[in-house]
Design a protein around this ligand. Structure first.
Ligand code: DGY
Length: 333
């Protein structure tokens, strides 16, 4: 068998340019549909594949990974990789890659769009007008909260968090951040960002924006005790992962006006959204589309495809999340 005939699975519909990259270079099993492959069906399609290109909504647990004895790489279309049991993959010698950088600015744009929409009640106002309820104004008519000059608290000052901070600076916001590790002096100086404790960030911020990965330590990172620390006039923005916030607690915090509102692009059990959130006026809910601009999603698909092609060609993929697997694998000379 020549290298170009290695089997590659693409688990969901992707931009055609990414499919095209595999032409004549792999035996492609392409699920050209928006439906997820589940259970036995996923196993059947993945069987014999050397590489898998997949959106992050497809789960790869250790049991499945163990059954895929030919698999060399899972190339996620997304910067997150909590959908893959990476320690299990690493033990089995399976590479895992993601798509950082290409989506940073697009995701930061979207987080800021949510921040503006919630603070200035744009979606609520749009609904009000469309429902034909605008018959007169009043002095505090749909009055929101200013964004300029307020304090933006960022959890996770990685690529996306830093890009959100830059946007905040453009709006003359004061920037606070909290992370596992303190950022470099240069980055802090560039962003004018001050490192503070989790509690101080929650107490002092007018907008709290989440940019942490989903790992055991960040599950329900924001729950009732955290909402109780936040200002009554503050808003929460989540474009990271749903389980980072306790969804029931957000609903309660907004309903009982512990905070002023929330902008959420991610949910605990997507595509299901907690019904308690659907009843609230001052939340803006979007279906996990922060990185979804035409250009960015195309670049993400291409990057994931290139990562698989690299493996087929015996080269190191651009953006591995478990690089040690590559480093320790025997190389053919
Ligand atoms: C990401 O990049 O992880 C996004 O959430 C995928 O859609």
């Amino acid at each position: 068998m020549t290298q170009s005939k290695c089997k590659v699975l693409i688990t969901r519909r992707v931009y055609p340019e990414a499919v095209e990259l595999f032409r004549d270079r792999a035996e492609l099993d392409y699920n050209d549909s928006d439906d997820r492959l589940e259970g036995a069906e996923l196993l059947r399609h993945a069987q014999g594949a050397i590489g898998i290109v997949t959106p992050t909504s497809q789960q790869f647990k250790s049991e499945l990974l163990s059954a895929l004895t030919d698999l060399r790489i899972i190339a996620n279309i997304g910067v997150g990789f909590d959908n893959v049991d990476v320690p299990a993959a690493s033990k089995l010698g399976i590479l895992v890659s993601n798509t950082p950088d290409v989506l940073t600015e697009t995701t930061a744009d979207f987080a800021f769009a949510l921040l503006l929409a919630v603070s200035r009640r744009i979606v609520e106002a749009n609904r009000y007008l469309l429902e034909g309820r605008w018959t007169r104004g009043s002095i505090d008519f749909l009055a929101g909260h200013d964004v300029h000059g307020r304090t933006l608290g960022i959890f996770g000052l990685g690529r996306i968090g830093a890009s959100v901070a830059r946007r905040g600076r453009g709006f003359s916001m004061k920037i606070l951040y909290h992370d596992l590790r303190r950022a470099s002096n240069d980055l802090e100086a560039e962003l004018g960002a001050t490192f503070v404790s989790k509690e101080q960030l929650l107490r002092e911020s007018d907008v709290v924006s989440l940019h942490v990965p989903l790992v055991e330590e960040t599950r329900k990172f924001i729950a009732e005790p955290e909402f109780r620390l936040m200002k009554k006039t503050s808003v929460l923005i989540n474009t990271s992962r749903g389980p980072v916030v306790d969804e029931q607690a957000i609903a309660k915090a907004v309903q009982e006006q512990w905070i002023a509102g929330a902008g959420l692009d991610v949910f605990e059990q997507e595509p299901r959204v907690n019904p308690a959130l659907l009843k609230l006026q001052n939340v803006v809910l979007t279906p996990h589309i922060a990185s979804s601009s035409e250009d960015t999603r195309r670049q993400m698909c291409l990057m994931a495809a290139r990562n698989v092609l690299a493996v087929l060609e015996g080269k190191c993929p651009e953006t591995l999340v478990n690089r040690s697997v590559w480093d320790s694998a025997p190389k053919s000379s």
